[in-house]
Design a protein around this ligand. Structure first.
Ligand code: UDP
Length: 417
């Protein structure tokens, strides 16, 4: 059994989802930590404290294994802070983690960090504790900046990612695409980059009758519904979906539900999207639902005819897997992990261009053909079975064994990359 220190500095696995900075990474850390703890490993997830009242340590899941904890470490103001201020408190955070661990007397076998800021803290802890460090970046500054003209990332981020990629004992990526990007833009050694796809909670995300889901959400049974779920930011390409919806010939009975976004939503992107819907003349057919509780999302995926993931950049795209697990076909950009999750013309469509027209064409095809939607939806559910979180945890444990004991990994065969 391993003692595992997971570093999730900038956001807690227990934070509410769908805000500007909470999404796939939070779900990933929570699910992985839970699965590892269920398998008898001792898992501590260290995160920056963003309030002064909650307990210092919390269980990773209610009723789950007591071996999984979230440990909140004070570093900087004990409140939500914009991500661009967070590099300032990384050293204080690493010191805080080291003090906490020294006081408890724990010795970890491995550090597993998530995102570059956590990677910075983890490199400091690796030097102090002399244990291996596995990093998962989730997104890369350089790739983000290249994905959409409006994106720019601070210079220190890219320099830090380069250093971490060079020094970490192993880098975990969710797709081969990202492995190549790390090698190309960061000069990372491909031999130290392991591909482990992301997972989906098959117990939570399950098919139910569309009528039932729509009734529960108060939606009409007759309309066609396109669904977007995710953080509201330009890289997610919601503008492409709106543009495509406006071009559909069958547009009069087609509605778009946009799930995600809260008060912290970045740079007025929500306002921009509302204006765009008005300019396109479809404002009355687009509903901005705001963030929805993760546990309630299966109703939305089941109510939808198609889930659309029009991202400019997506390191994996959990939303695609969640929709598929509910038996809903996905039309997604052919980018990053989305090309792993979606099988083109079998469980949905992959679109190589970032513009509305090709999305509209595929959506038209699917919306006009119930038989095709059902076939894709059924194949989608079958396809995602192998992406269960348990398989992800087994693959990650295989990597831990490789890095800690030098045992060759044999676990990733369940995944086609
Ligand atoms: N999510 C949620 N409620 C929302 C919006 C998103 O629970 O209102 C969850 C969604 O179910 C998914 C995650 O946030 O698990 C988004 O992950 P994804 O990998 O698609 O995008 P990322 O946030 O990593 O860019």
């Amino acid at each position: 059994m391993y003692r595992i220190a997971i570093i999730s500095y900038h956001t807690s696995p227990l934070a509410p989802l769908g805000g500007a900075e909470t999404g796939g990474l939070n779900v990933y850390v929570r699910e992985l930590a839970g699965e590892l703890a269920e398998r008898g490993h001792h898992v501590d997830v260290f995160t920056r404290r963003t309030d002064s009242t909650s307990p210092g340590t919390l269980p990773i899941s209610d009723g789950g294994s007591p071996l999984g904890r979230v440990v909140q470490i004070a570093a900087g103001p004990q409140r939500y802070e914009e991500k661009n201020t967070l590099p300032e408190y990384v050293d204080e955070f690493a010191d805080g983690v080291a003090d906490f661990v020294a006081a408890e007397g724990t010795k970890y076998d491995i550090i597993h960090s998530h995102y570059w800021l956590s990677g910075l803290a983890a490199e400091q802890l690796k030097a102090r504790w002399d244990v291996p460090h596995i990093v998962m970046f989730h997104t890369l500054g350089e790739v983000k900046a290249r994905a959409r003209v409006s994106e720019s990332e601070p210079e220190p981020r890219i320099a830090a990612e380069t250093d971490i990629a060079r020094n970490a004992d192993r880098i975990v990526v969710a797709s081969k695409d990202e492995q190549q990007l790390l090698a190309r833009y960061y000069g990372a050694d491909v031999g130290r980059i392991s591909v482990v796809p992301c997972g989906v909670n098959l117990g939570l995300f399950q098919p139910i009758e569309k009528e039932e889901a729509r009734q529960k959400l108060g939606l009409s049974e007759d309309d066609k519904i396109l669904l977007f779920v995710g953080r509201i930011e330009p890289l997610k390409g919601v503008d492409i979906l709106l543009g495509a919806a406006a071009q559909l010939e069958s547009e009069s009975d087609c509605f778009v539900l946009v799930v995600g976004g809260d008060d912290s939503t970045r740079d007025g992107e929500m306002e921009h999207l509302r204006d765009l819907a008005s300019q396109l003349g479809i404002a009355e057919r687009v509903s901005f639902m705001g963030a929805v509780d993760h546990e309630r999302l299966p109703l939305f995926y089941n109510a939808a005819d198609v889930c659309v993931v029009p991202s400019f950049y997506e390191s994996f795209g959990l939303v695609a897997l969640e929709a598929m697990a509910c038996g809903t076909p996905v039309v997604a950009s052919r980018v990053g992990g989305l090309s792993v999750a979606v099988r083109d013309s079998e469980t949905g469509y992959l679109i190589p261009w970032r513009c509305p027209e090709p999305f509209a064409e595929r959506l038209e095809l699917l919306l006009g053909n119930e038989e095709l939607r059902n076939r894709f939806g059924q194949a989608a559910r079958e396809e995602v079975e192998r992406f269960r979180w348990g398989n992800v945890a087994e693959a990650v444990l295989g990597l831990y064994a490789e890095v800690i004991d030098g045992t060759p990994s044999k676990t990733t065969a369940v995944f086609r990359n």
